[in-house]
Design a protein around this ligand. Structure first.
Ligand SMILES: Nc1ncnc2c1ncn2[C@@H]1O[C@H](COP(=O)(O)OP(=O)(O)O)[C@@H](O)[C@H]1O
Ligand SMILES: N[C@@H](CCC(=O)OP(=O)(O)O)C(=O)O
Length: 366
């Protein structure tokens, strides 16, 4: 079946430890992308490497740590990165497009929608969209930090069938295989539990940033959006095709979820919650198991100063996040009716909707 694939390539796969682009690697990946396109798949590339490609050229001896230096290096390196992809793809008759995004572009629904529509048009025209973070304007606290998260958000945005995260290791192991030769590999993962997170360590090289932890964050976001994911290595001719076909050298993350509409992606991943509603065990079960709306009777505690129409986070008594939704009550109204039956709520308040959060305005994040 022809699929829409988002492929993410990390800095460690494109550059050397000393920095600088490895053009032979860019040529290799360009050919891998072209081969899956030739098989009928649609491709969006999310590529890192701007900082790693630019820092030597700018004159820094090692990868910079200060934000303004990283941004300067990225500004130089992004041009080098695109030039290298363009050369490779153009020589085979394919055009590439540069798309630079920030977190705010996803948080603003109109900007996110515009990015999606642009990518759709490029794909329709046979152009390969090449995405990176817009490092020049991203401030520290709002940065994706690494491109793993960005690639998952892009995969959800364009309703991809699969996210392929290419890195320098052939999947998730029970420990960083660089440090523990006895570590065992996971072939398939259906749920990313705390235990799975416990196995993942940080970056393995001086040019990589997020390590396996950020790849798990990315896989989790993709899975929630109904996009299956692969994390592994693509080093030999045909490896990308094998990764896409389910026989690659890496770990596969399955999903049973359906694709999330863009409005719910915004709610789940890009909105800013203005309060927290802690619910009891019965309500937690109803939200998770039955897909019910949240009623006042299940509300245990209300925190934050929110108004009707704001986004709030919902947690269980244990503090673990269950999901997010748009609340129909002012926070002081909700405090008055927390734990009340519907009949009692109607005696106390005149509310347009009885549900604290309606299921159509709710997204589960477990
Ligand atoms: N449990 C683990 N299994 C596999 N790799 C791990 C694990 N924990 C940490 N790592 C490290 O994560 C690295 C990949 O992440 P990173 O260096 O950020 O690469 P990239 O630049 O491709 O994003 C691997 O090289 C490996 O050293
Ligand atoms: N936008 C940055 C990405 C930072 C980064 O190193 O990410 P990654 O290699 O994917 O862990 C760049 O292009 O350098």
């Amino acid at each position: 079946m022809n699929q829409r694939i988002v492929v993410k390539i990390g800095s460690s796969s494109l550059t050397s430890e000393q920095g600088g682009l490895d053009r032979s690697k860019i040529a290799f990946y360009a050919n891998e992308l072209l081969s899956i396109i030739a098989n009928g798949h649609q491709v969006v590339l999310v590529t890192s490497g701007a900082v790693a490609a630019g820092f030597t050229q700018i004159g820094y001896s090692t990868r910079p740590k200060q934000l303004h230096e990283k941004q300067a290096a990225a500004a130089v390196g992004q041009a080098l990165l695109m030039q290298a992809y363009q050369e490779q793809l153009n020589s085979q008759g394919v055009t590439a497009a540069q798309i630079l995004l920030t977190r705010q572009d996803f948080a603003n629904r109109k900007r996110g929608h515009n990015a999606w529509m642009t990518i759709e048009e490029l794909i329709k025209q046979g152009v390969i969209p090449i995405v990176n973070e817009n490092d020049t304007v991203s401030v520290d606290e709002l940065k994706f930090g690494d491109n793993d998260t960005l690639s998952a958000l892009v995969a959800n945005l364009v309703h991809a069938n699969q996210l392929v995260i290419i890195t320098d290791t052939d999947g998730l192991y029970t420990a960083d295989p660089r440090k523990d030769p006895d570590a065992k590999k996971f072939e398939h993962i259906e749920t990313i539990t705390e235990e799975i997170y416990g196995y993942a360590g940080g970056a393995g090289s001086s040019v990589g940033t997020g390590g396996m932890r950020s790849k798990l964050d990315a896989a989790k976001i993709a899975m929630r959006g109904g996009v299956k994911a692969f994390v592994g290595s693509v080093q030999q001719d045909g490896d990308l095709r094998r990764a896409v076909e389910g026989i690659g050298a890496g770990t596969y993350f399955a999903t049973k979820q359906n694709g999330l509409p863009v409005k719910k992606q915004w709610l789940g991943f890009h909105s800013t919650p203005l309060g927290t509603i802690v619910v009891d065990a019965g309500a937690e079960q109803a939200l998770l198991g039955k897909g019910s709306s949240l009623l006042p009777v299940g509300v245990h505690l209300v925190q934050g100063d929110f108004h009707a129409g704001d986004v709030v986070e919902v947690t269980g008594i244990d503090g673990k996040v269950i999901g997010r939704g748009i609340v129909n009550y002012e926070h002081d109204q909700l405090m008055q009716v927390a734990g009340c039956t519907t009949a009692d709520v109607l005696k106390k308040l005149n509310v347009p909707r009885i549900e604290v959060i309606h299921r159509d305005e709710w997204v589960t994040l477990r």
